[in-house]
Write a protein that binds this ligand. Structure first.
Ligand code: FES
Length: 206
């Protein structure tokens, strides 16, 4: 939240409380991904860089792909105009988010993660073509996750895994590592990539 909003919240708590309750209730019938995409558009409209990145990360955490975020921007063209859309894309390209690198443009492709026998069990943290992955191994199968927490994209370290539960160090969102489901504090799962094993090599798709 901006310093100005924090100030107003302290100076006029009742009025601002109504405002925030209004914002919360206004989106109560929408699914989280749609809510996040609409919030992305509002941040582009007001050209708020920090807010844009906050809601783009939230939209990704809610399951939106980079393609869907771009679609949302382009569909809002009549309201935003080309210059604000170009501004937003500049911000995204400079953000370092792997979903918005020039290399990521184009149809999804399989990427070699590594040889199965070289992957630490039960979980490995792997750098793969600009992304950091968590690979969970159990019963001969592998599950590949984005290593970033879906809440605010904090990188989750290997040490966060205890007894099958992965706990984000920042605010404590906790995930069942076997399924990626959020089991405590939060409301969104880990981002999971399709994967396959061929000839003893693990591949992930994005
Ligand atoms: S960033 Fe992970 S719980 Fe908030």
């Amino acid at each position: 939240m901006s310093d100005a909003l924090n100030y107003l919240l302290k100076a006029r708590p009742e009025a601002m409380g109504h405002y925030f309750r209004f914002l919360k209730d206004a989106g109560s019938k929408l699914d989280p991904k749609t809510r996040s995409l609409i919030s992305v558009i509002t941040k582009v409209h007001s050209q708020t860089e920090r807010g844009l990145l906050q809601y783009v990360k939230r939209a990704l955490g809610d399951g939106a792909s980079a393609e869907e975020i771009l679609d949302a921007l382009l569909m809002a063209f009549p309201a935003l105009g080309l210059s604000k859309i170009v501004w937003a894309v500049d911000v995204l390209l400079a953000s370092g988010l792997p979903e918005f690198s020039l290399d990521a443009v184009g149809p999804a492709a399989w990427h070699e993660v590594g040889a199965l026998e070289a992957l630490a069990a039960p979980m490995a943290r792997i750098e793969c073509e600009g992304r950091t992955l968590l690979v969970y191994r159990a019963d001969g199968a592998c599950t590949v996750y984005d290593s970033h927490c879906p809440h605010q994209r904090t990188p989750i370290p290997l040490e966060a895994l205890k007894g099958g539960q992965l706990r984000c160090p920042k605010h404590g969102w906790t995930f069942d590592i076997a399924t990626g489901a959020c089991t405590d504090k939060g409301d969104r799962p880990l981002r999971r990539y399709p994967s396959k094993i061929e000839g003893g090599i693990l591949y992930a798709e994005w």
